[in-house]
Design a protein around this ligand. Sequence first.
Ligand SMILES: [Zn+2]
Length: 88
Amino acid sequence: MCTRHSCQAMPEQVNLVHTDNYSSDKEWFIFITEEAQEGDLEHSHELMNVGDIIWQTAFNVIFCPYCGERLPGFREEHYHKAHNYKLI
Ligand SMILES: [Zn+2]
């Protein structure tokens, strides 16, 4: 089960999720995703639809970078882990 954090200043392309998808214990990961817009479809053979993911990056955090809230359930043994995806 994932818990999400959202706040007013957080952009639409950003998700902040407490998950164990990348580690044995839950960590807070921030996901930033660039999705295709109408103009991107004209410049790429691989993008088929508006909303197709162009790239996504994920890394773990202990504070929300938008409101400054210290996220609940963080572990003192915080480690840095980042993933970068270019899906097309
Ligand atoms: Zn926040």
